[in-house]
Write a protein that binds this ligand. Structure first.
Ligand SMILES: [Zn+2]
Length: 458
């Protein structure tokens, strides 16, 4: 087993996050970009990637082809399966007809469907998600795998070639670190077909990979973590596909509120797959990283969120507050909640804070000589004169994100040198130290670390 595990990949969510990537991503192990973002802003995404990954920088990158977006999903409200592609649609104004709005596929996904061609373009044309039947023929699966792999190999190059000013960059851009097989959400009403297709598309992609490493994505509902039949099928069939690695994505699986049984089964799946491939959690956090002795290769997440993800995002959510990541508990809390712990944790001075809460350069800079400056992580304002509710200021959100990224790097570096017993002992110490504060000041919301310790130890 490599001693450098676990790796942490950062996922670029939007170009508003560019600053974090330019400042921090080189200290991480890779960057992941969704193909929908690449289609929404091809020039900006390609130039950011060439800046970070070409020449002497050599940061590794991967492109998530986002093929699941064209498949079926489960309506988050009703729990019913849907095939209408609605979650990749938006209300769009009709040109020349004032006030008229139509619901149509977002332009980024429309462009992606055209770039991927085959069943993706056909699904958009007919207004119905890709069905398992669309992929029943071996010839079609071959075409789909070829087009999805080709997209990852050449899309960035083609962006540069299409621009006379930047075309010289085309040859500088290295290939993605690995190629992702096309994948779809294993929508429960057609579980058998989607599961089988996951293996078939993975195996076909390996055969079309021209020697480049190919990873599968296992994208399933969280409930399948409690389904022994599914887990043993995955453990048996994935290795047969010949993939070099897998990104696990159990939709809505959140390490923090997961049951002990879910965590145990996740760990077992990692241990059983790792003998034949690299195993990553696509939206993971500290618990997944801490499975390094069980064979996990790493995790990915966004810059201040994204340690779990629903296949279908909840629509209409306002911008969430970026909470403060409490390193001892490996979880985020509201700033006032953390301030309440100061008394029980004996945090009276900035020096106490740096020792017991966080001593990263950002926290040292913000808190400086007064503990009351900690409130700056939660600073709120009315964002417009018409706003009714105060929201976190962009500066406060930025402080929380940089502190989180620095904490994550420190956690990764610490874990890399540690045995399972050391990781468990550290979690147990934190659980004991913080038990009182958690019960009193954090509404008891810190039970996960004791649970993690038990599962990692087992
Ligand atoms: Zn900090």
């Amino acid at each position: 087993m490599s001693v450098t595990k676990p790796d942490v990949h950062l996922r670029l969510g939007s170009h508003a996050e560019k600053e974090y990537f330019e400042k921090m991503v080189k200290r991480f192990d890779g960057i992941t970009v969704g193909a929908n973002l690449l289609e929404a802003t091809p020039g900006a995404t390609a130039s950011l990637l060439v800046k970070l990954c070409a020449g002497g920088n050599r940061l590794r990158y991967q492109i998530d082809p986002m093929t699941y977006a064209f498949g079926g999903y489960v309506d988050p409200g009703s729990g019913r399966p849907r095939d209408d592609l609605d979650w990749i649609k938006s209300d769009q104004k009709v040109k020349g007809q004032k006030g008229k709005v139509v619901r149509a596929i977002k332009s980024s996904y429309l462009k992606l469907s055209a770039a991927l061609g085959t069943v993706f373009a056909a699904a958009i044309r007919r207004g119905l998600a890709v069905q398992p039947d669309d992929l029943s023929s071996g010839t079609t699966r071959t075409l789909v795998c070829e087009s999805v792999l080709e997209y990852q190999r050449n899309r960035i190059k083609s962006v540069f070639l299409g621009d006379s000013e930047y075309k010289d960059f085309a040859d500088e851009m290295p290939q993605p670190e690995v190629l992702w097989a096309p994948y779809f959400y294993i929508e429960p009403s057609r579980r058998g077909e989607w599961t089988e297709l996951t293996w078939l598309l993975a195996a076909e992609s390996v055969s079309k990979g021209s020697g480049q490493p190919v990873y599968a994505v296992l994208c399933a509902p969280r409930g399948y973590l409690l389904d022994p039949a599914f887990l043993s099928e995955a453990a048996a069939r994935l290795p047969e596909t010949g993939v070099s690695g897998v990104w696990l994505w159990f939709s809505q699986f959140d390490e923090r509120d997961a049951s002990e049984a879910e965590l145990v089964n996740f760990k077992k799946l990692v241990s059983s797959l790792c003998s034949s491939m690299a195993v990553y959690n696509l939206h993971g956090g500290y618990f997944s990283m801490a499975l390094c002795e069980s064979g996990i290769s790493g995790i990915a997440h966004g810059i201040g969120y994204g340690e779990q993800k629903d296949v279908v995002p909840v629509i209409g959510q306002s911008t969430p507050t970026v909470r403060y990541y409490l390193p001892a508990l490996h979880a985020r809390f509201g700033v006032p909640d953390i301030e309440r712990t100061f008394t029980s944790m004996g945090v009276k001075t900035p020096a106490d804070f740096f020792e017991k809460i966080c001593g990263c350069v950002l926290c040292r800079g913000v808190i400086a000589s007064s503990l009351s400056n900690f409130a700056e992580f939660g600073e709120r304002h009315l964002s417009t004169p018409l706003s009714k509710r105060a929201a976190q200021t962009p500066a406060a959100a930025k402080r929380c994100r940089f502190h989180f990224l620095l904490s994550r790097l420190r956690e990764r570096d610490w874990i890399r040198g540690k045995s399972k017993d050391q990781i468990v002992a550290d979690l147990q110490t934190s659980a004991e130290d913080w038990e009182g504060a958690s019960i009193r000041d954090l509404s008891g919301q810190a039970t996960q670390i004791a649970r993690w310790a038990r599962v990692i130890q087992a």
